[in-house]
Ligand binder design. Structure first.
Ligand SMILES: Nc1ncnc2c1ncn2[C@@H]1O[C@H](COP(=O)(O)OP(=O)(O)OP(=O)(O)O)[C@@H](O)[C@H]1O
Ligand code: SF4
Ligand SMILES: [Mg+2]
Length: 351
């Protein structure tokens, strides 16, 4: 059994404008020690789906199942979920300042985190562990910096502090929601390296949410591509990059720069994601899809195996017995990871 088994997860919000279907029928497994990347444009349901699993979506209609270590998380009591968060599932977000309290030292916050879940741990032992963790994530002079406040750290160092805090109780699963989006490329690579090292040391499973295929190429074992709340394609990393099936995935891959560090134009996918208040049963990507045909406008495609490979599924009406990717779209290490859907002003040329 996988560490986390998500099945048919749907999340919707009732709003004055109608029902927002933020996530529809999402299923995936996360294995111990492995990284599952969830990639997709803004608003595709990446954050809502993981927040729902950890009990952090309020006022939503939720259905489906999320078995963590065999225990159902959906519908679990608030106190159970509070125990799971932090102790068994660590979380890192894009903006560490929203998670770290500005008025308390980072050491104090890690110590509190440890003692909230392990009351038997003495303050002295928790403080020693906090210093050890800060050292593990590569904060120089950790035993002194432990008494600094969050604002006294740079963005990259703050993100390391968040990783230390998330790993404090040795969780089996780490959910990292755009952990490096706000950082520049060099610092981003260092923070990812810290996550990878800790993962290997502690056999941690990671769900990595990103809109950056460069990060996916570097970090993931398996990939879920989401669009408008649904899964468009799911595959092991290499299959996704070399043998993608879905036109949406191909569109994301085409936005990567030319390989070998050559300067190449990004090809953003034209158009914008659809409204999530859309009862129609067409393929959600149809209005932007270069391959759309009649059926796509009337029937929502199922997620079916590609080339009879149960590990590779695609929601698309194109024939499933052929898959084919780009030549070698995985960006070379050292080149800058490139947004799959860069903002218009950054679409000019890749670094
Ligand atoms: N409380 C809410 N009420 C109504 N709609 C919501 C609520 N929370 C989220 N949504 C909607 O659900 C959709 C999915 O949001 P989500 O935050 O999961 O996107 P995302 O893929 O994480 O995007 P980003 O890359 O911008 O973080 C969005 O359209 C969002 O507006
Ligand atoms: S089902 Fe049709 S519109 Fe949707 S991705 Fe496939 S070809 Fe494009
Ligand atoms: Mg998000």
């Amino acid at each position: 059994m996988a560490l986390l088994e998500v099945r048919d997860l749907s999340v919707s919000f009732h709003t004055p404008d109608g029902v927002v279907e933020a996530v529809r029928g999402l299923s995936y497994d996360v294995e111990r020690g492995k990284t599952l990347a969830i990639v997709g444009e803004s608003g595709s349901g990446k954050s809502v789906s993981t927040q729902t699993i950890t009990g952090l979506t309020r006022g939503a209609q939720i259905s489906g199942s999320a078995l963590f270590n065999g225990n159902e998380l959906l519908g679990a009591s608030a106190s159970t979920l509070q125990k799971v968060r932090g102790a068994q599932i660590g979380m890192i977000f894009q903006d560490p300042l929203s998670s770290l309290h500005p008025y308390y030292t980072v050491g104090w916050q890690i110590v509190e985190m440890i003692r909230a879940h392990r009351k038997e741990t003495s303050k002295k032992a928790a403080r020693a562990r906090a210093a050890e963790l800060l050292g593990l994530v590569g904060i120089p002079r950790a035993s002194q910096r432990i008494d600094d406040f969050p604002h006294q750290f740079s963005g990259g160092m703050r993100q390391r502090v968040m990783i230390a805090m998330a790993m404090a109780l040795d969780p089996a699963l780490l959910i990292a929601d755009e952990p490096t989006t706000a950082l520049d490329v060099t610092v981003q690579a260092q923070v990812l390296e810290v996550m990878r090292t800790l993962q290997q040391e502690f056999d941690t499973a990671i769900i990595l949410i990103t809109h950056d295929l460069g990060v996916v190429a570097e970090m993931s074992d398996d990939v879920v591509v989401m669009y408008a709340g649904t899964v468009m394609e799911k595959a092991p990393r290499r299959t996704l990059f070399y043998l993608s099936h879905n036109p949406y995935t191909k569109g994301l891959l085409a936005s990567l720069p030319a390989r070998g560090g050559r300067r190449g134009r990004l090809t953003p996918i034209l158009g914008t994601p659809p409204s999530l208040i859309d009862p129609s049963e067409r393929c959600p990507f149809a209005p932007r899809c270069p391959s759309a045909f009649d059926r796509c406008w009337h029937e929502r495609p199922r997620l079916d195996p590609v080339s009879h490979d149960a590990e590779h599924t695609s929601a698309c009406w194109l024939p499933h017995d052929v898959a084919g990717g780009l030549d070698d779209p995985v960006p070379a290490r050292g080149g800058s990871p490139v947004d799959v859907n860069p903002a218009p002003e950054t679409q000019e040329e890749s670094a």
